[in-house]
Design a protein around this ligand. Structure first.
Ligand code: AMP
Length: 115
């Protein structure tokens, strides 16, 4: 957990509809979607940024990737989605509780890393 908005969502302090939940993470719709499918996978443990993760978080990080793949399947977008982690405000991170963006349902430019 953390004192951020995502910490409060994960703890239930701020009611939110979970598209998915397991022991270690939840998934919610992004409040300001950048694509038809824009889902956030949020670990229950509040790690501020990816670079703050430690070796003890190794299993959790793997779990988040597997969960993201399963959620993409559940959403019917397993054939074409992007997974994004913004690390640091310079990269656009605004909520300092690690999360993965699943983005899908729009055209992706070929050969680009983003956009
Ligand atoms: P980032 O820029 O990687 O930190 O992403 C934070 C994301 O959280 C943004 O895409 C916001 O639109 C989204 N967001 C902020 N507050 C909420 C909220 N209460 N519920 C759902 N998504 C949110």
């Amino acid at each position: 957990m953390s004192d951020t908005i995502f910490g409060k969502i994960v703890s239930g302090e701020i009611p939110s509809e979970f598209l998915y939940e397991d022991e270690h993470c939840v998934a919610i719709n992004d409040i300001s979607p950048q694509a038809p499918v824009h889902v956030l996978v949020i670990p229950k443990k509040g790690i501020p940024r990816l670079v703050d993760a430690q070796i003890e978080d190794q299993d959790l990080l793997g779990h988040l990737l597997l969960a993201a793949g399963n959620i993409a399947e559940q959403l019917g977008v397993a054939e074409a989605f992007r997974l994004i982690i913004n690390n640091g405000s310079g990269a656009g991170q605004t909520v300092f509780h690690l999360h993965l963006h699943i983005i899908a349902g729009r055209e992706f430019a070929e050969g680009h890393m983003a956009g």
